[in-house]
Design a protein around this ligand. Structure first.
Ligand code: PEP
Length: 727
């Protein structure tokens, strides 16, 4: 078969016709090359794109050419002007007007499972299957782990060593930026209480680690002739965030009474922001004489006299239940003993303040010989919100492990309380057999869906009624965006350049061969590393084009540095690239790029790491303040790919290799809805349709799929209009 195309030539262009290279049983191609200098290019093989290094407009009419090895008959790289069209047999497509054939359905799903953060709760999981632990409910109180160093260690040098070990354990691993998929409201808070002389070292060394620094005691006076005393205001102005009051050692060794503690507590509460951990707990003889309830009630009434409920409701006061008989003795209350005492405390508070709300809001730590081993069972109790740790906090690794266990239990509590996700079923509505469908976007103006087949270098358009059609770019395409003010116009992140094209409103035979509106050069690609190419991207809510790169070697086990990709923004005003993520953050496969409705947040996922982040986004500067939104649980197969935000702020993520799409609450990291995508392999998604209440999902051809899938959203769920590139 010989197909010929004629394209207007410029002065120095030589027109050559080629026999189509038959690349598969379903697809054949015809290539017409306008070649400079009369060299006749050779063209073999399917994957020609790898030989095109860059684009440039070098014809008078502004069309795009390639600089590459294609015309190397004389051993030099020649500039060539190159157009390509595909003559692929048409896939089975819905016939014109057959809109009924594209109706997706929403079905009640297979038996619901509970999916939360960290790991999926399998339906076979039952509380009794967990080793040491039974009760695991509500996590509406943020856990808190605190370390009380008491009069340790003996020297400043030892203290600095301990602080550095702690900082090394937490910085970049366990701090707020790396929150294990827990929203910051449920990520355990961490505080250590070193002796007074080490406070400023602690504040300095732990800065950025997520560990806060507190003081072990304070006095009731503000200033004056009180030798040896320390005022709460002095501590707070020195950078202390918490003050520990009423520890049993202060009560028994230094004669502190409930009245005295109350005096200091009220002084502390006068200072905005500082939090107090108030310790209470019975002695062994009181416990043995059945006085637990009485002692706790007395301590609470005494210590909280004239303390307004607002301080408990606003988390300015945290309680630590420390049975005196368990402190430093190696004896630990059993989890059920601890749970019982915490219930007693809440009942007392409810009675005293006449408010269940206060009782339920207050965080209560357990303290008394807590170790990494005892922590899980204790914190799994419903009313135990963390631990106050003495001895074990003097070992950086023990304390860190206690924190890690607190994260684990917080995850479990979160799962146990997460509502069952809604389940929907998508249907294939267009069997396009794309090798790698990606970057779907819906144009309100055109009432059409656009997407790409990335590796085949095709841009597709479908108005949901007529058969779809495509333009063949002959270059890998990462992502696309709408262009402002021009009907059917797109901006395209191709392998070697940013192009623009118009997709017309119809095409014969499913292929756009209308070169007058064909690809034109808009900008060079953002970086020219041979190991990267544009991948996921989207127009931001200010009209700029954000493009993330893909590192080709990510599968080859290259080193982290070599694996790095890049994240860039094409400024619509200047047409210049801005690097929006500095190289502190290494990543390999940019995905999940989408923006909150108000444009102030950008979501981003590095597919191989199975993590999804959110950054603060502004059109004028780099991404800032990375927070982890979700780590895919080990029991969920696949990895996060393309994503989109709905009008309610929820995040929808295509799980490539997982045959599903998940809807995530980015605040809590809880999976709230699952869309099953048959046995196809989803790659990306967007909202579309007249009311933006249909979810369109692109898929890849391996092992099945390559078509467009669609599911009607439940009532009230809809997308946001796709922004347009303002250049
Ligand atoms: C404490 O001092 O508050 C405490 C609970 O100590 P330990 O963990 O050593 O029992």
């Amino acid at each position: 078969m010989l197909l010929l195309f004629l394209v207007a030539s410029t002065n120095n262009v030589h027109v050559t016709a080629f026999t189509p290279s038959i690349t598969s049983s379903t697809r054949s191609r015809v290539v017409v090359l306008h070649h400079c200098d009369g060299h006749e290019p050779t063209l073999t093989g399917r994957d020609r794109r790898s030989r095109f290094d860059s684009y440039a407009p070098f014809t008078d009419d502004g069309r795009v050419g390639f600089y590459g090895e294609i015309g190397r008959s004389d051993g030099r790289i020649q500039p060539c002007h190159h157009d390509e069209v595909s003559a692929a047999p048409q896939p089975q497509l819905p016939t014109s007007g057959s809109s009924s054939s594209v109706t997706a359905i929403t079905l009640a799903a297979p038996p619901p499972k509970r999916y939360g953060i960290g790991s999926w709760k399998k339906s076979s999981d039952s509380p009794s299957s967990s080793s040491s632990t039974t009760t695991l409910p509500a996590l509406h109180r943020r856990p808190i782990v605190a370390g009380n160093w008491k009069l340790n260690p003996s020297t400043r040098g030892e203290a600095i060593t301990l602080l550095k070990l702690l900082a090394a354990n937490f910085i970049n691993h366990r701090n707020d930026n790396n929150n294990y998929g827990l929203a910051s409201s449920t990520l355990p808070e961490v505080v250590i209480f070193p002796p007074l002389p080490y406070l400023s070292d602690a504040i300095q060394i732990l800065a950025g680690s997520g560990i806060q620094v507190g003081a072990q005691t304070a006095g009731p006076n503000e200033k004056g002739a009180y030798t040896g005393e320390i005022a709460p205001s002095m501590l707070v102005s020195s950078g202390v965030s918490h003050i520990l009051l009423g520890h049993s050692e202060r009560r028994t060794l230094f004669g502190e009474t409930n009245e005295y503690i109350n005096m200091v507590l009220r002084k502390c509460l006068d200072i905005p922001s500082v939090k107090v951990i108030l310790c209470i707990g019975e002695s062994l003889s009181e416990y043995e004489n059945g006085l637990l309830e009485t002692v706790i009630d007395e301590q609470l009434r005494g210590c909280l006299a004239n303390v307004d409920a607002k301080y408990l409701l606003s988390d300015r006061i945290i309680l630590a239940y420390e049975p005196v008989w368990a402190i430093g003795t190696g004896l630990t209350a059993t989890p059920s003993q601890a749970q019982y005492a915490h219930e007693v405390i809440r009942a007392s508070l409810a009675k005293y303040y006449g408010s269940e709300e206060v009782a339920s809001a207050v965080r209560i730590q357990y303290g008394g010989s807590v170790t990494p081993e005892s922590m899980e069972a204790l914190m799994s109790e419903r009313d135990v919100d963390g631990a106050l740790v003495g001895g074990a906090s003097l070992n950086a690794d023990s304390f860190t492990r206690i924190f890690d266990v607190a994260v684990l239990v917080a995850n479990k509590k979160k799962q146990a309380t997460a509502p069952l996700p809604r389940e929907l079923v998508a249907m294939e509505v267009l069997p396009t057999k794309n090798a790698l469908g990606e970057s779907p976007i819906w144009s309100d103006r055109d009432q059409a869906l656009y997407w790409v087949s990335a590796t085949e270098g095709e841009v597709w358009r479908w108005n949901l009624i007529d058969p779809p059609y495509r333009r063949v770019m002959n270059t890998a395409v990462g992502c696309i965006g709408l262009r402002s003010r021009i009907d059917h116009a797109l901006v395209i992140a191709a392998e070697s350049a940013i192009l623009t094209t118009t997709m017309a409103s119809s095409a014969a035979n499913g292929i756009l061969s209308d070169f007058a509106s064909g690809p034109r050069f808009l900008a060079h690609r953002p970086d020219h590393m041979s190991t990267t190419r544009p991948n996921d991207g989207r127009v931001d809510r200010y009209g700029n084009f954000v493009v993330g790169m893909y590192n080709q070697y990510h599968r080859a086990g290259a080193t982290e540095g070599a694996n790095n990709a890049g994240l860039y923004r094409l400024n619509a005003r200047t047409l210049r690239w801005e690097m929006i993520l500095d190289e502190t953050y290494k990543f390999r496969v940019s995905n999940c790029i989408c923006f909150s409705g108000d444009g102030t947040k950008m979501y981003f996922g590095d597919t191989p790491t199975r993590k999804v982040y959110v950054f603060d986004y502004s059109p004028d500067g780099p991404l800032r303040n990375r927070r982890l939104v979700w780590t895919m649980p080990p029991s969920m197969s696949g990895a996060p790919d393309g994503a989109q935000v709905d009008a309610g702020g929820k995040l929808w993520i295509a799980i490539t290799g997982g045959r599903k799409v998940v809807q995530l609450d980015p605040g809590s990291g809880v999976v709230e809805c699952i869309v099953h995508v048959g046995d196809a392999n989803p790659t990306s998604l967007t909202f579309g349709g007249r009311d933006l209440d249909e979810l369109f999902i692109t898929t890849r051809a391996s092992p099945n799929g390559g078509g467009i899938w669609r599911v009607k959203m439940p009532y009230g769920v809809r997308g946001l209009p796709e922004p347009e590139f303002q250049a």
